[in-house]
Structure formats: C-alpha cells, structure tokens
Design a protein around this ligand. Structure first.
Ligand code: NAP
Length: 271
C-alpha cells in the first residue's frame, strides 16, 4: 500500500449509534482508520469488529463519558498526542424538544456541556496538532435549529448556533494553515436522538425526516466540495449563500462611534 495516500485516522465522538455510527462506516470505507468514542463500550466494540471485518481498517473503541472530566481529558490527550489522527468528527450530542420554561435547568446545563464545551475542548486539542502537521479536518455536527431557534428547545438551538459560529470562525482562522473545518446542519434525521429528546421520530411528518445514511453521505459530499457549511436538506445552495452575503454586508456597520440615526433622542421632546 502507498502510505502517502492513507488518509489517516478519524476520531468520531458519539459513534455508538445514529449519525456517528454511519460516519464510522463511511470513513472506514474511504480508507480511514478509526477511533470511536462513546459511553456504550459493548456497542462500540461490536461496531469496531464489524467495520474491521468488512473494511480491514484498524478501529479502536474508546469508552468515555465526555461529561466526565477524566474521560474527556483522555480523549483530548489522544487528539494531542496521536500523530496519525487527521480528522475529528465532533458528533456526540443530546437534544431536547420541550419548551424552555418546562425544561429542567440541570438538563439544560448538561446539554450545554456536551454540545458546546466538549466539542470546543476537543477542537482546541486537535487544532494545534493539525496546524503543526499542516493537515487536518474538523467536522462539527450542528443542526438546522442553529438557523431556526424557534424550533425545538431554545437551549438546544443556541448550542448548535454556537457550533456554527465556532466553525465559521475556526475556518476563517485555519484555512490557510492546511486545516479544514465544516459545520453540518442536519434537519430531522431518523436516529435515537428523537426518542431520547422526548419526541418519537415516528411522530414527525415523514417528508421532513432523512435517513442517517443519506444525511452523512450528503455531508461528506459537501466536505469533498469544499463547503464550510453543509445543509443536507436545502435544495438550493444559493439560499444559504444569500443569507451569508446579507450577514457579511452588515459587517462594516456593526461597530461605529455613534448610534444609528433612528436611536437619536429628541431632547426637546424628552424635556
Ligand atoms: P444518537 O443516535 O442519540 O447519537 C448520540 C451519540 O452521542 C451516541 O453515540 C451517544 O453514545 C453519544 N453520547 C451521548 N452522551 C454522551 C456522553 N456523555 N459521552 C459520550 N458520548 C455521548 O443521535 P444522533 O442523531 O446520531 O446525534 C448525533 C448528533 O447529531 C448530535 O450532536 C445531534 O445534536 C445532531 N443532530 C441530530 C439530528 C436528528 O434529527 N437526529 C438533527 C440535527 C443534529 P452513548 O450513549 O453510547 O454514550
């Protein structure tokens, strides 16, 4: 084998089910060795054996609760020290479908920890190593609720909006250092996520639910096409580009020495 062509090792969080397990399959089939991270060791081991037997790739199962500081540090250390790692898929996440005022603040904090703090720490562990080697890819699994916080639970939407902003900022900072960063914004995808979040996926209209396999294949196609932001369900990429153009058009005027004229206080009226 020509080792020069070997794409390296992908570390995937939340690989024991759903979207993460499909990434594991697809990346192994395209030649990556894998490090699979999640809490359920039995599922990770079974997946690792299955993928190795089908693809011949080396697959390591790392059982870790990413909300546990010691386990998280173990995964960070892998990203810092294992020079074979060329890709991080920040996929582990939990959701909520209930309204804010009916949600438990402890659950919201755990969601922020897993959906925001964990991918941030892992990106911080991976990025300097990738920059040092002039090569690497970070994929952040966000959600369409990053753009539609009125849907589902607002803390969940906020956590995914954070990931989108982090991705855009990292891509801006790292693109010329050989590091690719992509945010994937899935719509409703048929996984355990829905049951765990309090609403069975079967309760959703079938026309808005995508198979996890199709979602991941589209996301990897978006990566291959060089997209920073991939919205698998969006029919016309120009719609996203129009929103980006509008956002960028605001930039020159977002910070100025004086308030906008519409906020001028009429002192005569106030007296
Ligand atoms: P899923 O099947 O429930 O997968 C979630 C994964 O996260 C599991 O592998 C789970 O493994 C892992 N995980 C949860 N808590 C963890 C912890 N404390 N430590 C380590 N791993 C943990 O759901 P999914 O749909 O594939 O979700 C993957 C990502 O896609 C999430 O970030 C989610 O927000 C995002 N997303 C999903 C949808 C959708 O409609 N399904 C839409 C947009 C975005 P263990 O339980 O074994 O730890």
């Amino acid at each position: 084998m020509n080792t020069h062509l070997h794409p390296g090792t992908a570390l995937i969080t939340g690989a024991s089910s759903g979207i993460g397990a499909v990434y594991a399959d697809r990346l192994a089939r395209s030649g990556y060795d894998l490090i699979l991270v999640a809490r359920r060791a039995d599922r990770l081991r079974a997946l690792a054996q299955d993928i190795t037997s089908r693809t011949g790739r080396s697959v390591e199962a790392v059982s870790a609760d990413l909300l546990d500081a010691v386990d998280l540090a173990k995964v960070e250390m892998l990203l810092k020290r294992d020079a074979s790692i060329t890709m991080l898929v920040n996929n582990a996440g939990i959701g909520a479908t209930g309204p804010l005022l009916e949600s438990h603040i402890g659950d919201m904090e755990r969601m922020i920890a897993l959906n925001v703090s964990v991918p941030t720490r892992l990106a911080y562990a991976a990025a300097p190593a990738f920059v040092g080697r002039g090569r690497g890819t970070i994929i952040n699994i966000a959600s369409v609720v990053a753009l539609a916080p009125e849907l589902l639970n607002g803390v969940y939407g906020g956590s995914k909006a954070y990931l989108l902003a982090l991705t855009q900022s990292l891509q801006h900072e790292l693109a010329d250092k050989g590091v690719r960063v992509q945010a994937v914004l899935p719509g409703a995808t048929a996984t355990d996520f829905w049951q765990l979040s309090g609403r069975p996926v079967e309760s959703l209209p079938t026309e808005i639910v995508m198979r996890a396999e199709d979602m991941v294949d589209a996301a990897l196609s978006g990566l291959a096409q060089g997209e920073t932001v991939t919205i698998p369900a969006l029919p016309d990429a120009a719609d996203w580009q129009a929103m980006e153009n509008a956002r960028k058009a605001l930039m020159p005027n977002l910070s100025r020495a004086t308030p906008a004229a519409r906020y001028a206080i009429d002192l005569a009226d106030a007296a």
